[in-house]
Ligand binder design. Sequence first.
Ligand code: GTP
Ligand code: MG
Length: 200
Amino acid sequence: MSKARFIKTAVFPKDYPVIRNEAGKILQEVAVAGRSNVGKSSLLNDLFHSKKLVKTSTTPGKTQALNFFTYEDQIAFADLPGYGYARVSQDTKKEWGPMVQSYLKNRETLDLILFLIDIRRVPNEDDLQFLDWIVYHQKSMIVVLTKVDKVNQAEKKANTDKILEGLRASNIHYTYYSTTKSEGRDKLMAMIKDALKYGS
Ligand code: GTP
Ligand code: MG
């Protein structure tokens, strides 16, 4: 059985849940962010050992609000809507920026961002803009290179170099993930726990 629980969907700060463990302690939160279709919701299901707690889709733009979860009564997670998908409506696009910016600004328990990038793509303007916000709000970050089952070893190495170069940031913590092979789960979980411990 999955040890994760869905808590709430929210758009505005007044609706964010206060998430506590059974002992009443407010939990530190990890947000999962990145382009639409990069695999954010799938990664959370994989981390949670759950097939469908988090809604995923082959159609980009599936997640359009903030979704909050807890894992093992220890860590809160937020699944963020993705950016950069051309076919969502103009209204939805207009709402995305303020929704995510106010989350980064107002969510005091937010201690770590998992910034997902598809191993087959170089970071684009939207990714760099989002990275700027992470830096501006002084949040810790782990870059997760997703869908590594889609590349061979040589491509994996070459693409990693290109992506890290494209982010133009030094000292980036990064790791690999594939949900089809459940590759990278234990490593990422260890990195998350490590980051939260040192961040508090
Ligand atoms: P939005 O909610 O639209 O922002 O998308 P998302 O980032 O949450 O992506 P989601 O998890 O819904 O996955 C999008 C598609 O990518 C689905 O078809 C997934 O099955 C597929 N996918 C996710 N992770 C992997 C992976 O590691 N390998 C492969 N091959 N496909 C993956
Ligand atoms: Mg999603």
